[in-house]
Design a protein around this ligand. Structure first.
Ligand code: AMP
Ligand code: ZN
Length: 110
């Protein structure tokens, strides 16, 4: 999608340091990190949210990348979050999985 910031990051229009890239997904550090490690994993193809994903392979592409990235970073414990919809806290409407680590998380709110 032409006006989507994460599409622009994925296709290189906005320069970004990918911490991971394969044929289907890219991962990059969050601009406003909420933990010492906080990166986002996104499919290269635009899906506005979890509600729009139309293939099981897309889930596999995203989630199978995560343990490869964390292993590379030497991380065993991490939190994954997917916000879906405005009232759930979604602000960028290109699906992304937050991966956070490096601090203690306290319950769901922490
Ligand atoms: P969410 O609120 O779940 O939609 O998450 C959107 C996330 O994208 C936030 O944590 C932002 O800090 C992050 N973000 C927004 N723009 C950029 C960008 N250009 N590069 C990296 N992260 C970004
Ligand atoms: Zn997009």
């Amino acid at each position: 999608m032409s006006d989507c910031i994460f599409c622009k990051i994925a296709n290189g229009e906005i320069p970004s340091d990918f911490i991971y890239e394969d044929e289907k997904v890219v991962a990059f550090n969050d601009l406003n990190p909420q933990a010492p490690v906080h990166f986002l994993v996104i499919p290269k193809k635009h899906y506005a949210s979890l509600n729009d994903i139309d293939s099981k392979e897309t889930f596999a592409d995203i989630f199978s990348a995560i343990p490869k990235i964390t292993a590379k970073l030497g991380i065993k414990d991490y939190r994954t979050i997917v916000n879906t919809g405005e009232s759930a806290g979604q602000t960028v409407f290109h699906i992304h999985v937050h991966v956070m680590a490096g601090r203690k998380f306290n319950g769901l709110a922490g």
